[in-house]
Design a protein around this ligand. Structure first.
Ligand code: 5GP
Ligand code: MG
Length: 183
């Protein structure tokens, strides 16, 4: 992909590490208090799931505790399903131990209108009742249409609606990087 570079490969790595530290701090994951709630990361496919997996590794590396990892396909929960082209269902995987009473962190690559996250909240409801739900995104590009905000943001990028963010991740694209381009 071309366009203006917003995050280099090493920026992406640093950003994921920073969010991992912030999640540890905000969830007190490294406290040794007995009975402290479980932390569960749930990625929104496709790249949100990959980011959630990377965050899980980093959180384990920094805190010694490995959060459970799941992924939630929100296709069925979208309120604009009929106006969007059909795409195959992506996998939902329920994290080990479920989400009941857990501190859930939803993870996605780009936050835009907020409709995907709203749909994910609907989807979570079918999996159980978490103690709390927080949101981590690599990029917040603005243009919210719902009262939704992220608790952990890699980078805020003011965009016009005509612009588009490319999120490249090694697992999918052969390298890491984030770019801004005109549609
Ligand atoms: P929203 O539902 O908030 O409007 O859009 C967020 C979802 O659409 C995310 O799952 C994200 O992957 C995708 N998305 C929205 N805008 C962009 C963008 O500019 N670039 C990329 N790569 N994904 C986007
Ligand atoms: Mg997406």
């Amino acid at each position: 992909a071309t366009g203006r570079e917003l995050l280099s490969a090493s920026d992406v790595g640093r950003t994921i590490a920073r969010i991992a530290h912030q999640i540890i701090e905000k969830t007190a994951l490294d406290s040794d208090e007995a009975g402290s709630p479980r932390v569960v990361l749930i990625g929104i496919p496709t790249r949100g799931t990959t980011l959630a997996a990377r965050l899980t590794d980093k959180i384990e590396e920094f805190s010694g505790v490995r959060p459970a990892l799941g992924s939630l396909d929100i296709t069925l929960y979208r309120d604009d399903l009929r106006s969007r082209p059909h795409r195959p269902l992506e996998r939902t995987s329920v994290p080990e131990g479920g989400i009941e009473d857990a501190l859930v962190v939803l993870v996605d690559d780009v936050l835009f209108s907020g409709r995907t996250v709203r749909s994910a909240l609907d989807g979570l409801r079918d999996l159980g009742r978490p103690r709390s739900v927080q949101l981590a995104v690599l990029i917040d590009r603005g243009h919210r249409e719902l009262p939704i905000r992220a608790d952990f943001v890699g980078k805020n990028v003011p965009t016009s609606r005509a612009e588009d963010i490319s999120v490249l991740l090694t697992e999918h694209d052969g390298r890491d990087g984030v770019y801004l381009h005109q549609e």
